[in-house]
Design a protein around this ligand. Structure first.
Ligand SMILES: [Zn+2]
Length: 430
């Protein structure tokens, strides 16, 4: 589903629902607007329950200032209009106060997106606007001044964040990525010191474009493939709901019995993926008219080396990634279940993932089914979609447990080598 073709009022309702039901705004906080091709600004209303917003609740502001609608516009509408005045390239503005970004806003610090390069590429440099009373002319001026400098994301002191973009879904993706970075940096600071990637390296990796695979025409789709695509879509949607994937990040592939595999598409909203969006890969070629996730080549290599691996997932959930961005190993000897699912986790540099992906592919097997790539992702492999998905969940939840244990300010007692030996014998892991 591409919301960009919806009416502006419907887009605002859809994105506001997504903000509210994923814990990124409260019933009264946050506001969204769209400037349409006629210069009319559509904006969320003031004082209406964000959990129950309908199309008719959205307010339209005409270019001459006339306000049309059954409610008052958001009290923050002056700053939305200010931004559109100084930045004619922007057609959507998103403002919200999610807890992690408010944490940065009250210590007046900008989240460091260099710890997760994909977010840096998406959000660009981030500005900061001085504190002023909500709804005031002064606040509008401070925010507009920051946007005048060319930013697409501006933090507000003791308030929250404002994102501007070409359309509302792009604004949401930038917002989600920045909020994710804020959560990640907070988690990372609990266990160590986050390590940023130098900006010139981020640019270098970004410009190193993967060659586009050759295409083939998929003539028929077997019942086995149809069932697999359906099961994959269910788990991808669950991964999004459980915050294991974000809108445009998270790769999921499954192998078919003939050795081909099916994988997520590149940069398509993970929340609404349907069976026909997934991409069939055959002998290194991709289904005609579709672009697979960038990780398709490394998945192909892992499948080639391991006939028993049926599913591979790349993801970057915010607790296990705290280890990946502080360059700390993750020890899975926490509870027997976490060790059984994860075993010894190998760690690779972001350079390996961009320049030597075969090194990572060589390290993954059913005896060593999980890997971590610094500042980039974690990879899990399994004998079925549910098996690899379970490993991803166990890894994220186990990392969360370690971070929570550190907040208890007590030392973690790992399961001993002798006890690990006993688990490996009992569960036939050797
Ligand atoms: Zn606000």
């Amino acid at each position: 589903m591409d919301i960009r073709f919806m009416h502006p009022a419907d887009q605002i309702v859809t994105i506001m629902n997504r903000l509210y039901y994923y814990g990124m705004t409260t019933t009264t906080g946050g506001n969204l607007s769209i400037k349409d091709s006629d210069g009319h600004v559509w904006i969320s209303p003031s004082g209406v329950d964000k959990g129950n917003l309908r199309r008719d609740d959205i307010i339209e502001i005409l270019p001459d200032g006339t306000i049309k609608g059954i409610h008052k516009p958001s009290v923050e509408y002056p700053f939305h209009l200010h931004i559109y005045q100084v930045r004619p390239d922007l057609h959507a503005v998103l403002h919200a106060h999610p807890p992690a970004l408010v944490a940065f806003s009250v210590v007046r610090k900008i989240p460091d997106t260099s710890i997760y390069p994909d977010a840096h590429i998406l959000c660009g440099s981030i500005g900061m606007a001085k504190y002023a009373l909500p709804g005031s002319e002064k606040l509008g001026q401070y925010i507009a001044d920051a946007f005048k400098e060319g930013y697409h994301a501006v933090m507000l002191e003791n308030h929250g964040v404002v994102i501007g973009a070409d359309d509302l879904f792009s604004a949401f993706m930038k917002f989600e990525a920045l909020d994710y970075c804020a959560q990640l940096e907070i988690n990372a600071c609990t266990i160590g010191t986050p390590q940023g990637i130098p900006l010139e390296k981020i640019e270098y990796y970004h410009q190193k474009v993967m060659p586009r695979p050759d295409a083939f025409v998929l003539k028929e789709c077997s019942s086995e493939e149809r069932a697999l695509r359906r099961d994959m879509c269910n788990l991808i949607s669950r991964a999004y709901d459980n915050r294991l994937f974000t809108s445009d990040q998270g790769t999921f592939s499954c192998r078919l019995s003939n050795g081909d595999f099916v994988i997520t598409p590149h940069a398509q909203d993970r929340k609404y993926l349907t069976s026909e969006d997934l991409v069939h890969i055959k002998n290194g070629m991709a289904e005609m008219g579709k672009l697979p996730s960038r990780a398709y080549a490394i998945h192909a290599e892992i499948y080639r080396r391991n006939p028993d691996i049926k599913t591979i997932i790349n993801a970057h959930p915010p607790h296990i990634m705290a280890f990946a961005v502080t360059h700390n190993d993750f020890d899975a000897r926490l509870i027997p279940e976490s060790y059984i699912a994860l075993r010894k986790i190998k760690r690779f540099s972001i350079e390996d993932s961009h320049l030597y992906p075969e090194k990572i592919a060589q390290a993954i097997s059913l005896q060593s089914p999980v890997a971590m790539v610094e500042n980039d992702c974690v990879i899990t492999a399994g004998t079925s979609p549910l098996n690899a998905f379970d490993r991803l969940e166990v890894m994220e939840y186990s990392a969360k447990s370690v971070i929570e244990a550190m907040r208890l300010k007590q030392s973690i007692v790992p399961i001993s080598e002798g006890e690990v030996d006993e688990i490996e014998t009992a569960f036939h892991l050797k």
